[in-house]
Design a protein around this ligand. Structure first.
Ligand SMILES: [Zn+2]
Length: 269
């Protein structure tokens, strides 16, 4: 399962001054989330009026930037190239990717479009760097105790939910259409659980018996066989289960009965 790279709009300046970019980062073990600091200010304004001004040296000795900026309409802007160091997360700059997110409302939550983009970007970055969103996504707060990103510092349960959404999206358990913005009070993303029928369909396969074999009513090696099958029989398997009183697992057949799963006696076809 792979997630595709989300659409991004490049806003990388043609010249990167020392005020916004450091050298090449040697490792990337964390993805750090931030908020831009004032609600209902567009991400593009943060780039144009803040980062670009810093880049030109207009803010004195101020160093600040990030790799990505998320906007209220869901646009993902790239700013500092991913392989370079950005001045976003203080001591973590040398091993992290920094993402600045625009916010809305007095509590600095995220818009629905932005939240979906945050999940898609987060999942893609986790895939790119081989990270686990549940462990390797951090808030600026986790490094400096600064109240950033404000909503996720004030609502750590929603921070946990966001990381879980990224994880589930990364592993194909959460589809884009099912992503729910957990920061606007309308509930959390729900993982669609497969019906029993779908699960059975997904795991169903055929075996051929390599010998005359016992069939049991329960997955228990001590249970008396209810019948036997001849060598060369084709059978449909719907599940593999641990069997009692033995270390060899058993296959549950379409008939609801059990047969050995040992590849000495049965072979997948
Ligand atoms: Zn921050």
């Amino acid at each position: 399962m792979t997630v595709s790279k989300p659409k991004m709009v490049c806003k990388t300046p043609s010249y990167l001054s020392k005020y916004i970019a450091g050298g090449t980062r040697r490792r990337t073990t964390k993805i750090a989330f931030h908020y831009t600091g004032a609600h209902d200010v567009k991400g593009i304004n943060t780039i144009n009026n803040w980062f670009n001004s810093i880049n030109r040296g207009e803010q004195g000795n101020r160093y600040a930037s990030s790799h990505f900026v998320m906007d209220l309409d869901g646009t993902i802007y790239t700013y500092i190239p991913m392989k370079r160091i950005a001045w976003t997360t203080n001591a973590a700059n040398y091993y992290s990717i920094g993402i600045e997110c625009a916010t809305t409302g007095n509590d600095d939550h995220y818009t629905d479009e932005e939240y979906v983009s945050m999940v898609k970007l987060g999942a893609w970055l986790a895939q790119y760097y081989g990270l686990d969103p549940r462990e390797d996504f951090i808030r600026h707060y986790d490094v400096t105790r600064k109240i950033c990103p404000r909503y996720f510092v004030n609502h750590s349960d929603k921070w946990k939910q966001f990381k879980l959404d990224c994880y589930n999206y990364l592993h194909g358990k959460l589809k884009e259409k099912d992503i729910r913005n957990c920061t606007n009070g309308k509930g959390n993303s729900k993982i669609a659980t497969k019906s029993k029928k779908e699960q059975t369909k997904a795991t169903k396969f055929e075996i051929i018996t390599l010998d005359k074999l016992n069939i049991r009513k329960v997955a228990d090696w001590d249970a008396d066989p209810v019948t036997t099958v001849k060598k060369g029989q084709h059978l449909q398997v719907i599940d593999t289960v641990d069997a009692k009183n033995g270390s060899t697992p058993m296959y549950r057949l379409e008939s609801g009965l059990y047969i050995t799963a040992s590849d000495k006696y049965v072979k997948k076809v």
